[in-house]
Design a protein around this ligand. Structure first.
Ligand SMILES: [Zn+2]
Length: 64
């Protein structure tokens, strides 16, 4: 089983059970909730640009 990162909130989600997913530029993205997908689709570049460069470790909480 491989978990993928929800680029919006940083949570790890399982593609098999992810409640929301989107395709952007041929790449699949999975989200922990519909709200994260909506946020991603509103401004994908914002979230993709932020990835990789030292994402906050801890302290950032998101809903359950
Ligand atoms: Zn999320």
């Amino acid at each position: 089983m491989t978990l993928v990162k929800d680029v919006v909130c940083g949570m790890m989600v399982d593609p098999e059970t992810a409640p929301a997913k989107a395709v952007y530029k041929g790449q699949k993205y999975y989200f922990c909730a519909e709200g994260c997908k909506v946020a991603f689709e509103r401004d994908p570049e914002k979230y993709l640009a932020g990835g990789g460069t030292g994402t906050h470790s801890g302290g950032h909480h998101h809903g359950h």
